[in-house]
Design a binder for this molecule. Structure first.
Ligand code: APR
Length: 240
């Protein structure tokens, strides 16, 4: 069957998808992210107040992500399989800054909150893949003389990336699936309402009901690594 007869599917993922790969979620630890207040490590004000702490925090996260025991889990793999089945009808929007979706084989991925394995030039805004540590003295590779680089992360109070593309995809979606996200952070928390307004069927897959749970047509409670592969198998069988 040609792709055009398959449903258009937009999937939104959050930290819960990577939890079973050993990466901690944001809101399961008394509001602390790896023992830090989110305000200290994930806001422009926190960066201005203590840049060394913020560079170190993301250097640690970057190193942790590249540790040999951090690998994609069954949930990442199931989404790569769904993309293979749907082709251009599929879009994955992730709030996660890790690269586990890509490592599982996903290609049609938009990182709306940035990427851990990337550095952003403070002068031009240009981003470059960056696997090592960097700090306030590290120079970008795009300017001469080199300018300062910062983590390529969208902090609270900053505008998420790829919003035009995401809004367009939500407007055309037949199915919207949110996986492993608490639904507490906007604009991602609004995506279910936007997709529903466009007539999409909406499905939540999460360990517990999220803040947006009542807005979804269908709710599946469980660990993403277990319930998502089952869901994808049935979805491909029925619709692809
Ligand atoms: N399977 C499915 N869901 C899970 C699992 C799992 N194995 N483990 C945890 N969850 C659920 C939690 O119950 C919670 O509802 O995943 C959700 C994770 O929520 P958050 O920690 O709030 O993460 P997220 O929604 O991605 O946060 C959004 O907030 O801090 C910012 O920019 C950061 O991208 C992040 C954004």
């Amino acid at each position: 069957m040609h792709d055009v007869y398959k449903p258009r599917v937009v999937v939104l993922t959050g930290a819960g998808v990577s939890a079973e790969s050993g990466i901690k979620t944001f809101r399961d630890n008394n509001g602390l992210w790896e023992n830090h207040r989110i305000e200290d490590v994930a806001t422009p004000e926190g960066f201005a107040a203590n840049p060394d702490l913020v560079y170190q925090f993301y250097n640690d996260r970057r190193a942790q992500l590249q540790a040999p025991d951090v690998t994609p889990n069954q949930a990442h793999k199931a989404l790569a399989e769904l993309e293979s089945a749907l082709g251009e009808q599929f879009l994955l929007v992730t709030q996660n800054v890790d690269d586990l979706h890509e490592r599982a084989g996903s290609e049609r991925v938009l990182h709306m909150h940035g990427k851990l394995l990337s550095a952003r030039c403070c002068n031009t805004g240009k981003t470059t893949q960056w696997l090592d540590s960097f700090d306030a003295h590290t120079e970008c590779r795009c300017c001469f003389p080199g300018a300062q680089v910062r983590p390529d992360i969208v902090w609270f109070g900053e505008v998420p990336m790829h919003m035009d593309e995401i809004i367009l995809a939500l407007a055309k979606a037949d199915v919207f699936i949110a996986v492993g996200t608490s639904g507490q952070v906007y604009p991602a928390a609004n995506f279910v309402a936007m997709a529903a307004d466009s007539g999409a069927r909406t499905i939540e897959i999460n360990l517990e009901p999220s803040q947006q749970n009542s807005l979804f047509d269908e709710k599946i409670v469980g660990k993403a690594g277990k319930v998502l592969p089952e869901f994808v198998t049935h979805f491909i069988r029925d619709y692809c």
